[in-house]
Design a protein around this ligand. Structure first.
Ligand code: GLN
Ligand code: ZN
Length: 765
C-alpha cells in the first residue's frame, strides 16, 4: 500500500481566527488562556481536515513562526531576554515583535528578532541569533503537547521539525562565532529530542532540510554529513525533507545521508526523480511531493498517474505521496469562497482540496483508476475546461505579445538627454522632495471602500468621498511644501489586488489569505488568463489630483514584475510570458497617463527582488526577462516624461547592475535603517541615474530629525552627485497616521532645503 502524508498545514484559520486572537491578546482584550484555547481548536480542526492521510503533521502549528518555535525548542534564547519579567509566552512575543503585549512596560521591551523571507516564498521567519555564548538545550514541552493533542484525537501523528543544518544556515551570527562549531552542541540536543519523541509513541519524524536545494559550500555539505551520521542510531524513523527546488549537485548527498526516507519536491524536481531512485538505498522510503504546495491550481491527476504508476510498480511500499512542500503557502479551503465564477472555481485547489488530490492519487494507485473514476473524471473535465477556456486564452493578447521587440523596452534617448528635457518641462529644486505614494489609510477611508465594495455606497457617493480624500492629501502636501505630489492612493486596498481587480485575467478571492509573518496575511490575486488592459485604471484619479495643484502630480502604478510575484500565477505558460502580458497592460496605463498630461509616473517594483531564483546560477535568466518586462511597461514614454520606480529594500549589491539596466530616471529605495548597505552598494557601482534613498523609516512611529536626514543625505551625496539625489521616505505612508506623517515630512523638507543651501550649487544635468 502506498503511504500518504502532509508536510504542514496553514495555521491562520479559515476566517483568520489565529490572527484575530493574537491581535486581541496583544491588546489584552483576551487572556493567555483564551489565546491558547483558540490555538487548540484550530489544531483540532486542521487535523480533522487532514485525517484522510496516513500521516498528519504536528509541530507545524505556530503562534507566530515555526523557526522561532525551533529556537525555543532548542533553548536558543538571546541573552537580552534573560532577566525580563513574565513567562515563556511573554518572551516568545518579545522576540517575535519587541514586546509581550502592546503596552508592555518600556523596560520590558527588547529589540525583536530580525524578520526575513523564508527561501523564495513570501513567508517571513524570525532569524535565529548565535553568538559566542550560544548554548542549546531541549525544551520540547510545546511540541509534546501538540503531539498529545493529536494522539487524543486518534490522529496518526508525524512531528515536523526543522533540521539542525538548515536551522544554523538560516540564523545570523552576532559576533565571530562559527556556526559550524555550534553544530557539535546542537547534534546531541536533537538526539535527546528523538528519544523524547520515541517515548511519546512517535514512529516517523519529518526533519526538514530545505538547504539541500541551495548551492552549498563544501563546509555546509560536510555539516550535513556530520549532523546526520550520529542520527543513524536514533529510535525513530527520519524522513529527510527537502522542498522548493532541485537537489542538483546535492542529490547524491541527500540520498546517502543515513535516514529512513527522503522527501523530494517532485513538482520542482520531477526530472530528478529517476536519478534519486538510482541513488537511494533500497531500504529507504521515497516521498514524492507531487501536488504543488506553492500554487492553487488543480493537479492534472491522470497525467500524474501516468507518471507515477511505473514508479509505484518499482518502489511499491517504499513510495509515499505528499504535497511538494508545506501547505502554509496556499489558502486553506476553496469552500470558503462564495464569489468566484464557477469556471475559475473548478480549476482551483486550496490546501484541503490538495490533500484530497493526494488521496485520490493514492486510491487510484492502490486499487486502480476505476476505484477513483468519478474524482478523476471531474478533475479531467475541469482541466479541459481550463485549457480551452475563452477566458484564459485571448487571441488579441497573444497576437500583441508576438509583436514585442526589445526596442519597445528601451527609452528613446539616453538618461542625459532625457534629464535635460525633463528639467525643462518640470523645473525642480536641488534635493527635490516627494513621497512613495500612499498617505495614511484612515478608518474612514477603509469604511468608505468597504461600503462601496459591498454595494452599500453608490458609485457617485464613493467618487465624491475619494475625491475629498485626494483633496485633503493634496492640500496637506502643498501646505508642507513637497515638490512632487501624489494623490495618496485612498482607492487602493492593496497595490497588487487593486490592479488585479481592474485588469482582465485576474480573479480575486474573499478568504484566500496566506500568512506573511506573525498575524499578517496577504490575499494574492489569482492570475488565470491572458492579461488585458481594457480601460484606464488610474487616470481619472491622478488627473483629478493634478487639477487641484500647479505642482507636478506623480501617477502611481504597480509594475509587472511585482504584479507577477505577488499573485498566484497560471502554470500553463512560462512566468516570463505572463510577465510580458502584464507589462503590456501596464504600458497602456503609463501611456494613458502621459496622454492625460501627467509628466512623472512611478512604477513600483516592490517585489522585484523576491522573484530571484534560489540558485545564483539561475539569476541572470530571471533578471533578463524581468528587466525586459519593466522596460516594456515603462519605457514607451517621451524623453520629457520622468519615470520613477520604487523598491522597498536595501540589498542592492548583487543586483545593482540589473537595476541600472531598468533605466528608470529615478529610483527610490529603502535605506533609513541600513545606511551602511546603501553605501556598500553605491561605493562599488556608479549608479547612472537619479536616486532617492529613503530617509524616513515608515515601519516605525518615530519621527526622523532634520539632522538625521541631513546626515543620511550627505552620505548619499558622497556616492551620487547631489544633482541626482531626491529626498523621500522609505516606502508608502499608508500604515502611519497623519500626526506622525506631518512632522516627519516637515523635517524631511527642512532637511532638503538645508542641503540645497548648504551645497550652494545650481542644478546641472
Ligand atoms: N506606492 C505604494 C505605496 O506607497 C508602494 C508600496 C510598496 O512599495 N510596498 O503604498
Ligand atoms: Zn515600498
Amino acid at each position: 500500500m502506498i503511504t500518504t502524508h502532509n508536510l504542514g498545514f496553514p495555521r491562520i484559520g479559515r476566517q483568520r481566527e489565529l490572527k484575530f486572537a493574537l491581535e486581541r491578546y496583544w491588546k489584552k482584550a483576551i487572556t493567555e488562556e483564551d489565546l491558547l484555547e483558540t490555538a487548540i481548536k484550530l489544531r483540532q480542526l486542521h487535523w480533522q481536515d487532514q485525517a484522510i492521510l496516513d500521516w498528519v503533521p504536528a509541530g507545524d502549528f505556530s503562534l507566530y513562526d515555526q523557526v522561532l518555535d525551533t529556537s525555543f525548542l532548542l533553548g536558543n534564547i538571546p541573552a537580552r531576554l534573560g532577566t525580563l519579567s513574565g513567562n515563556e509566552l511573554d518572551n516568545y512575543f518579545r522576540l517575535a515583535r519587541g514586546r509581550a503585549v502592546s503596552d508592555d512596560a518600556a523596560c520590558s521591551c527588547v529589540s525583536a528578532g530580525e524578520l526575513t523571507k523564508w527561501f523564495d516564498t513570501n513567508y517571513h521567519y524570525i532569524v535565529p541569533e548565535f553568538d559566542k555564548n550560544t548554548q542549546f538545550s531541549l525544551h520540547a514541552a510545546q511540541l509534546l503537547q501538540q503531539i498529545r493533542e493529536a494522539q487524543q484525537q486518534h490522529i496518526p501523528v508525524k512531528p515536523v521539525i526543522l533540521g539542525p543544518v538548515s536551522y544554523l544556515w538560516l540564523g545570523k551570527c552576532k559576533d565571530a562565532v562559527d556556526k559550524h562549531e555550534l553544530l557539535e552542541d546542537l547534534i546531541p540536543v536533537y538526539g535527546q529530542l528523538f528519544k523524547e519523541l520515541e517515548n511519546a509513541g512517535i514512529k516517523w519524524v519529518q526533519i526538514d532540510e530545505p538547504v539541500l536545494v541551495m548551492e552549498l559550500s563544501e563546509e555546509w555539505k560536510y555539516a550535513l554529513r556530520k549532523a546526520y551520521y550520529p542520527f543513524q542510531a536514533v529510535p525513530v524513523k527520519l524522513m529527510l525533507t527537502t522542498y522548493f527546488g532541485q537537489l542538483q549537485e546535492n542529490l547524491q548527498l541527500a540520498c546517502e545521508l543515513p535516514v529512513d526516507g527522503l522527501h523530494l519536491d517532485a513538482v520542482m524536481a520531477r526530472d530528478e526523480v529517476s536519478k534519486v531512485i538510482d541513488w537511494l538505498p533500497n531500504h529507504k522510503v521515497l516521498s514524492l511531493g507531487v501536488i504543488n504546495g506553492r500554487n492553487i491550481w488543480k493537479t492534472d491527476l491522470n497525467a500524474t498517474l501516468d507518471w507515477l504508476e511505473p514508479l509505484y510498480a518499482l518502489l511499491q511500499n517504499r513510495l509515499w505521496l505528499a504535497p511538494s512542500c508545506s501547505l502554509l503557502h496556499v489558502p486553506i479551503d476553496l469552500d470558503s469562497e462564495q464569489t468566484l465564477t464557477d469556471d475559475v472555481r473548478s480549476w482551483l485547489a486550496f490546501a484541503v482540496q490538495k490533500l484530497q488530490e493526494v488521496k485520490v492519487l493514492a486510491t487510484a494507485l492502490d486499487h486502480g483508476r476505476e476505484s477513483a473514476q468519478d474524482a478523476l473524471d471531474e478533475n479531467q473535465a475541469a482541466l479541459e475546461d481550463r485549457w480551452h477556456s475563452g477566458r484564459v486564452h485571448r487571441a488579441g493578447v497573444k497576437n500583441r505579445l508576438s509583436q514585442i521587440d526589445t526596442a519597445m523596452s528601451r527609452r528613446k534617448s539616453s538618461y542625459h538627454l532625457r534629464t535635460a528635457a525633463q528639467r525643462e518641462k518640470i523645473p525642480l529644486p536641488l534635493f527635490p522632495t516627494t513621497t512613495i505614494g500612499s498617505f495614511p489609510q484612515t478608518q474612514a477611508i477603509r469604511e468608505t471602500r468597504l461600503a462601496y465594495r459591498t454595494g452599500k455606497l453608490p458609485e457617485e457617493a464613493y467618487q465624491i468621498a475619494m475625491q475629498k480624500e485626494i483633496e485633503y492629501c493634496v492640500h496637506e502636501q502643498e501646505a508642507l511644501g513637497l515638490d512632487v505630489l501624489v494623490h495618496g492612493e485612498p482607492e487602493r486596498n492593496d497595490m497588487v489586488e487593486y490592479f488585479g481587480e481592474q485588469l482582465t485575467g485576474f480573479a480575486l478571492t474573499q478568504n484566500g489569505w496566506v500568512q506573511s509573518y506573525g498575524s499578517r496575511c496577504v490575499k494574492p490575486p489569482i492570475l488565470y488568463g491572458d492579461v488585458a488592459h481594457e480601460h484606464a485604471i488610474t487616470v481619472q484619479w491622478i488627473q483629478y489630483a493634478q487639477s487641484l495643484t500647479k505642482k507636478p502630480m506623480k501617477g502611481m502604478l504597480t509594475g509587472p514584475v511585482t504584479m507577477l510575484n505577488w499573485s498566484f500565477v497560471r502554470d500553463d505558460q512560462p512566468r516570463s510570458e505572463t510577465c510580458k502580458q502584464l507589462a503590456l497592460a501596464i504600458r497602456d496605463e503609463v501611456l494613458a497617463l502621459e496622454k492625460a498630461g501627467i509628466s512623472i509616473i512611478q512604477i513600483d517594483e516592490a517585489a522585484f527582488r523576491e522573484g530571484l531564483p534560489l540558485r545564483k546560477s539561475q539569476w541572470q535568466a530571471y533578471l533578463d526577462w524581468a528587466i525586459l518586462a519593466f522596460g516594456i511597461a515603462a519605457n514607451g514614454v517621451q524623453d520629457s516624461t520622468q519615470i520613477h520606480t520604487h523598491m522597498c529594500y536595501s540589498e542592492f549589491n548583487d543586483i545593482i547592475d540589473a537595476i541600472a539596466r531598468m533605466d528608470a530616471d529615478v529610483i527610490t529605495i529603502e535605506t533609513s535603517r541600513s545606511a551602511m548597505e546603501l553605501l556598500d552598494a553605491f561605493d562599488q557601482y556608479r549608479y547612472p541615474n537619479e536616486l532617492g534613498p529613503g530617509v524616513y523609516d515608515i515601519h516605525s512611529p518615530n519621527i526622523p530629525s532634520i539632522d538625521a536626514i541631513v546626515d543620511l543625505m550627505k552620505k548619499a551625496a558622497q556616492r551620487i552627485p547631489m544633482q541626482r539625489l531626491w529626498v523621500n521616505p522609505d516606502c508608502g505612508l499608508k500604515t502611519r497616521n497623519w500626526e506622525e506623517v506631518k512632522p516627519a515630512l516637515k523635517n524631511m523638507i527642512a532637511a532638503s532645503r538645508y542641503l540645497a543651501t548648504h551645497f550652494k550649487a545650481t542644478r546641472v544635468s
